[in-house]
Design a protein around this ligand. Structure first.
Ligand code: FAD
Length: 539
């Protein structure tokens, strides 16, 4: 099999043009081409009047060796690499103990799946509920302003990304193609097969729910065991004098002790009580940088036209996304975060009397508004000094301020961009109807973030208006606050992926500071499963 890359075709090409392009590229006849499949498809929209699709193709040809000889110097004609995942270990038939995975988000799910596939029969402990029950609780906040602090956007089966756009791309280095393993498992769990081909794939919320259930069925069929509504409240750490600290098990909220020498900690970025417990138990934790800001909403049609010009609305391109960065005069970096084309802004708090925003979309991305976080980078020493958990206190201050500014009902504070830039409170909203449920309160957002963040965002919005015409339109809506952009802590690990000072504990995923997003959390889950498996075989 050969991989042909950089095959460029116009947006409106007929299906047969793909094979014809392969023939033309290799200068062979149709009889010499045995098969041709698309491996990857991206688009280049830099010239809006002539957007091109860029393909990578896998082709079977009659004389592969001869063609390779002819194209030996061509970097775009190479043997198709073998990127199938190969397990690194196999559990013994007489498995003596079972690993524990705390958290059923993407990281915990992939750690559990891989451990189950290798035969290690993991026990998965999840503080929230099964995904269908959790969906009802989450809608309780969105529709009735009733927050369940144990079952919400952050907690429950599927983790934080379940009610999301399901964007599946990341900028991690992935030399072992573990991201491909994540995507392949998602497709087995009924994700749309296009995610294996599209350069910027997404899944959307409804499908994620079904996929999470299917992955549970697979893990259970391989001997894994789920326990929902099982919050881990303590670690059993062996701290005998002069001995290395070693985890021996966990304690649940109801007092149940579960023994294990191998515990994966895939708790996400919002499990603040668990962060505190880990710190109290002496697990090494340090503060890490994250970002804070607001969500912004525009008409999706404005973004489509700005990005795709006359091709806006073409179904192959779908709803357009964007990525923006601005270096503000006060030294702060402002950037767009978790952009959700054709989506909605969602209430994402897990704590009472706080307001947190985030974004989600369905697979169709057909809602009228585009939304994205507009966030400012912050660092521990400068912005929230005071110890490893100071970032959590900092987040709480602004989430509480947003709750109050929204009217203390879980409505979010909102402001027209025109008013925000002019520095005056909004008393009403304009043509763009904000999508946040349970609703918004027009107000002045400047009380909801530190001054340096407000002035940096003000400056950035005007600058973004020069990059995307209309981005700073007066009626665009800002909703606050976006504080859960990534974990405020890092639970540091050593080269064997165990906690720096507590052996047998494997900090993983976004909460531990080793992932940002669904795909990278899944990849980290795979790496952690491998590390746990190798450690179990060695012990
Ligand atoms: C609304 C929203 C939209 C998003 N959209 C996208 C997107 O489109 N694309 C993308 O890549 N990323 C998106 N993200 C980010 C993505 O969801 C996270 O990066 C990802 O879920 C992190 O995975 P994780 O497994 O490390 O942690 P999480 O998904 O947070 O999972 C952690 C799990 O651990 C459980 N847990 C915590 N503490 C305990 C305890 N003590 N005992 C038992 N269980 C515990 C929690 O209940 C939770 O289920 C979005 C996030 C949100 C909130």
């Amino acid at each position: 099999m050969l991989r042909l890359t950089e095959i460029k075709l116009p947006l409106d090409h007929p299906p047969e043009a793909i094979a014809q392009a392969a023939l033309a590229r290799l200068k062979i006849t149709p009889k010499e081409l045995l098969s041709c499949t698309v491996f990857r498809r991206a688009h280049d929209a830099r010239k809006k009047a002539s957007i091109v699709l860029i393909y990578s193709l896998d082709v079977e040809v009659k004389d592969e060796a001869g063609i390779l000889k002819r194209y030996v110097k061509d970097v775009n004609v190479k043997p198709t690499p073998d990127i199938d995942y190969k397990p690194v270990a196999k559990a013994p038939a007489n498995l003596k103990s079972r690993p524990i995975v705390i958290g059923a988000g993407p990281c915990g799910l992939f750690a559990a799946l891989l451990l189950a596939q290798m035969g290690f029969k993991p026990i998965i402990l999840e503080r929230g509920k099964v995904v269908r029950e959790r969906t009802k609780d989450t809608w309780g906040l969105w529709r009735k302003s009733i927050l369940n602090t144990e079952s919400n956007v952050q907690y429950g089966e599927g983790g934080a990304g379940t009610f999301s756009d399901g964007k599946l791309y990341s900028q991690i280095k992935d030399p072992r193609h573990l991201g491909r393993k994540v995507l392949t498992e998602f497709v087995k769990a009924e994700a749309p097969p296009e995610i294996l081909i599209e350069a910027h794939p997404h899944i959307g919320t409804f499908r994620l729910v079904k996929m999470v259930e299917n992955m549970r069925a697979t893990i259970e069929s391989l001997g894994g065991e789920y326990r929902f509504e099982s919050r881990v409240t303590d670690l059993d750490v062996d701290t005998h004098a002069n001995a290395t600290r070693h985890v021996r098990g966990v304690v649940l909220a109801d007092g149940t002790h579960i023994a294990s020498d191998h515990v994966v900690l895939a708790i996400g970025h919002s499990s603040r009580d668990t962060f505190q417990m880990l710190h109290d138990r002496g697990v090494y934790v340090e503060a890490k940088p994250f970002s804070i800001g607001f969500r912004i909403e525009h008409p999706q049609s404005l973004i489509d036209v700005a990005r795709f010009g006359p091709s806006a609305g073409n179904p192959i391109l779908g709803a357009a996304d964007y990525k923006l960065v601005h270096h503000a005069k006060n030294g702060r970096d402002v950037y767009s975060f978790c952009m959700c084309p054709g989506g909605t802004v969602v209430a994402a708090t897990s704590e009472e009397n706080r307001v947190v925003t985030n974004g989600m979309s369905q697979y169709s991305r057909a809602e009228r508004n585009a939304n994205a976080g507009i966030v400012v980078g912050i660092t521990p020493e400068v912005d929230y000094p005071g110890g490893p958990l100071a970032g959590v206190d900092f987040q709480r201050i602004w989430e509480s301020a947003a709750f109050i500014a929204g009217g203390s009902t879980y409505a979010a504070p909102a402001q027209r961009v025109g008013d925000f830039i002019a520095g005056r409170a909004s008393t009403s909203l304009g043509d763009i109807i904000p999508s946040y449920k349970p609703g918004v309160t027009p107000t002045d957002l400047s009380s909801c973030l530190p001054d340096y963040a407000i002035s940096a965002i003000r400056e950035a919005l005007t600058a973004f208006g020069r990059q995307i015409k209309g981005y700073d339109m007066p009626d665009a809506v800002l909703t606050g606050v976006e504080t859960r952009t990534s974990s405020p802590i890092r639970i540091k690990r050593d080269e064997s992926l165990q906690s720096l000072n507590t052996k047998g504990l494997f900090p993983a995923g976004e909460g531990a500071g080793y992932a940002g997003g669904i795909l990278s959390a899944g990849v980290d889950g795979i790496k952690i499963a491998e590390a746990v498996a190798l450690s179990m075989l060695a012990s």
